[in-house]
Write a protein that binds this ligand. Structure first.
Ligand SMILES: Cc1ncc(COP(=O)(O)O)c(C=O)c1O
Length: 469
């Protein structure tokens, strides 16, 4: 991959090519299928790629969550794990790494991110309260709403315009937050910021913005929690885009991000570089005690929280590796590289590319397919049929159905290509770009879909479709 603004150092010489910063010790075969086989598999799956067997997928870009490759050091740590029920050595190693990174007093392991959210919100929220955030991820929103509280999105206006280029499109609208705290502060028990902003396209939040949120939280005496799933990718964007940050290490930047907050929820399936796990961390003693009591009820004893000792070891090592500069350099560059190839092929994407995924604007690419005939599904299915590449629709199927049964177009019809960490090489990414470009050339031939069966809620996972003739 060619970098624009940065150069990787190799053996004392400067190179333009940014290589994968690892060599491969263990490989997993991927399955090649014929077009006829893919047509049959997709028909059997009701034209919903969620219902495919993963064995029938060649390059799987469904999600970056829990799909990363672990390092030899993580596997070695797994073999050394302590599986004691209480007080295991692996817990203390995990706790020390998280405490060094975040500075928080109480570190509570959970089986994944949404468990940390559930425990936090069930502990601190009362019905009728409001939690502001740049954009709530869907599990975060659901865990707030289940407490009869409101999840309010306050991302800057630029963060809502797909084609607009802005270095920190995940920033919080500080004026809107100030207004909310001034008018309804009594109903706000905590403020959240999601780094990077997944629902807004994996876009980062600047340190300056986080400091602004902190200042408002101090003024209105509110705790600030980070949804920290992709904290390291966010730190890299700060290093490369924010004035005065270029000479700092990603870890030092991440430590400053956490120092501005009073706690965090974390899915270790992203920047923990692990396949499962998460944690809730905070400084508030009373909240932590209540959270631990709930943890024992639903997750497990506070020194394992629903995880095996070997998961705690994998996360501890993963959190050390994820802030290494060569890793982050390659990670962010490889996502941008795919974005650049798609733009060069005339495919519209959310700009600028985020940290973990490229979002294709399917509605703009396929104007002949009305939103209620699901251009996102048409594109996802075409990518699979063309070359065995699996992405995911983020559009009208996911968001268009309302609780009263009516359906309206979602704000956007996107297709997300999420990049698993350390899994695919540059040639895999080139292949994906070629696939999208080919489908882009054939776009006039694509047709829409209609739903033949779907559950009332979260229909995108299990709905079945047929093509509109
Ligand atoms: C921003 C954000 N928050 C929370 C979560 C939930 O984490 P988990 O899937 O581990 O429950 C995710 C998962 O994708 C996420 O992207």
């Amino acid at each position: 991959m060619r970098g624009h603004d940065t150069r990787s150092k190799g053996a004392g010489v400067h190179f333009h090519t940014i290589i994968e910063p690892f060599r491969i010790k263990s490989v997993e075969s991927i399955a090649f299928t014929t077009r006829e086989e893919r047509e049959a598999r997709l028909r059997e799956a009701g034209f919903n790629v969620f219902l495919l067997h993963a064995n029938d997928v060649l390059i799987d870009l469904l999600t970056d969550s829990g799909t990363g490759a672990m390092s030899s050091q993580q596997w070695a740590a797994i073999m050394q794990a302590d599986e004691s029920y209480a007080g295991s050595r692996s817990f203390y190693r995990f706790r020390d790494v998280v405490a060094d990174l975040t500075g928080f007093t109480h570190i509570i392991p959970t089986h994944q991110g949404r468990a940390a959210e559930r425990i936090l919100f069930h502990t601190v929220l009362q019905p009728g309260q409001i939690v502001p955030n740049n954009n709530h991820f869907d599990t975060t929103r659901a865990n707030i709403e289940v407490e009869d509280a409101e999840a309010r999105d306050l991302v800057i206006p630029e963060g809502r315009v797909p084609s607009l280029v802005h270095p920190f499109k995940g920033n919080v609208d500080l004026d809107a937050l100030e207004r909310l705290l001034a008018e309804h502060g009594d109903r706000v028990p905590l403020v959240m910021v999601t780094v990077t902003n997944n629902s807004g396209g994996g876009q980062p939040v600047s340190l300056e913005n986080l400091r602004g949120v902190r200042a408002l939280c101090d003024r209105f005496r509110k705790p600030l929690f980070l949804d920290a799933c992709r904290f390291a990718e966010n730190a890299w964007f700060i290093k490369t885009r924010e004035v005065g940050q270029a000479d700092r290490t990603p870890k030092a930047i991440a430590q400053e991000m956490f120092s501005l907050a009073d706690g965090c929820t974390m899915s270790a399936k992203k920047d923990g570089l692990a396949n499962i796990g998460g944690f809730l961390a905070m400084n508030n003693n009373a909240w932590a005690e209540a959270a631990r009591n709930l943890l024992i009820l639903t997750e497990g004893f506070p020194t394992y929280g629903g995880l095996a000792g070997y998961d705690l070891e994998a996360i501890a090592r993963g959190l050390e590796e994820v802030v290494e500069e060569p890793y982050l350099h390659y990670r962010i560059r490889s996502t941008a590289y795919l974005g650049e190839k798609l733009v060069a092929a005339g495919v519209p994407i959310i700009q600028p590319p985020g940290g973990h995924a490229i979002y294709i604007d399917a509605r703009a690419l396929l104007p002949q397919i009305p939103p209620l005939e699901y251009p996102g599904i048409a594109l996802v299915n075409a990518l699979y049929l063309e070359a065995g590449v699996r992405g995911v629709e983020i559009g009208t199927v996911m968001f268009g159905r309302h609780p009263d049964g009516t359906e309206t177009p979602a704000a956007m019809d996107l297709v997300r290509l999420a990049i698993p960490r350390r899994v695919y090489t540059q040639s895999h990414i080139d292949y994906v770009a070629e696939t999208v470009a080919q489908v882009g050339r054939d776009r006039e031939r694509l047709r829409g879909y209609r739903i033949t069966s779907a559950p009332a809620a979260l229909r995108h996972f299990t709905a079945r479709f047929e093509q509109v003739s």
